[in-house]
Design a binder for this molecule. Structure first.
Ligand SMILES: [Zn+2]
Length: 214
């Protein structure tokens, strides 16, 4: 008397993916005896609405493909899910392959399963990078650069080093330079940029802390 070819699983064959949270099932086989080369009455009336571990869930036949909705190891659902939930631990994988091979071994002519490598996307790392900042000061067409160190806390991949702030200074009231963009006034030391003096409020120079010093 042949045995039923129904592919089944049960609660004790439930194992977790690499995230230790989401799970899939290892494969097993119905042990019912049938009179013809077919499924037992229980397996032939299965559906996909009950729980995966129930005998009523249709996981297909052991010599056929694993149905899309089945959460059994190495089916199409598993292959998609493993990319999201991570590859199971080595010991779980070995058990799942063993279970699969045991079932396959019951079917004459079926070769052992070979595991396809699955690429697990690497997690993004949080890095702290030092981003050099350069303040570029232009006076009367002569460019001078003043390097300023600053630290940037980054939650993403390292940023490109690109922070260049350009300040254009124009001669102002004979004895000053003025940064028109930010209305900052600096001393004019014989044509060169001198110390910060204050802010121009469109009437007079106001004593105001230099924001670059903050
Ligand atoms: Zn059966």
């Amino acid at each position: 008397m042949p045995l039923c070819k129904g592919r089944v699983t049960k609660e004790s064959l439930k194992v977790v993916f690499g995230d230790n949270k989401h799970y899939f099932y290892m494969e097993s086989k119905c042990s019912n005896v049938v009179s013809t080369d077919a499924l037992c009455s229980k397996c032939s009336s299965r559906n996909t609405t009950c729980s995966q571990s129930s005998k009523g869930f249709d996981h297909g036949c052991i010599d056929g493909v694993i149905p899309e909705k089945s959460h059994i190891f190495n089916g199409s659902w598993y292959k998609k899910a493993v990319k999201t939930y991570g590859e199971p631990s080595q010991s779980i994988l070995e058990k799942a392959v063993d279970a699969k091979n045991t079932v396959d071994g019951l079917i004459e002519g079926l070769s052992n399963l070979s595991l396809e490598p699955v690429t697990v996307p690497k997690k993004k790392r949080t890095v702290r990078v030092k981003t050099p900042t350069t303040i570029r000061v232009i006076t009367t067409g002569v460019a001078t650069t003043i390097p300023v160190d600053s630290f940037v806390e980054s939650m993403d991949e390292p940023l490109e080093v690109q922070d260049v702030i350009q300040i254009v200074l124009k001669p102002f009231m004979n004895q000053y330079w003025r940064d028109e963009e930010r209305d900052k006034v600096y001393k004019n030391m014989n044509g060169k940029k001198g110390a910060y003096v204050g802010r121009w409020d469109s009437e007079k120079i106001v004593d105001c802390p230099d924001s670059d010093e903050e």
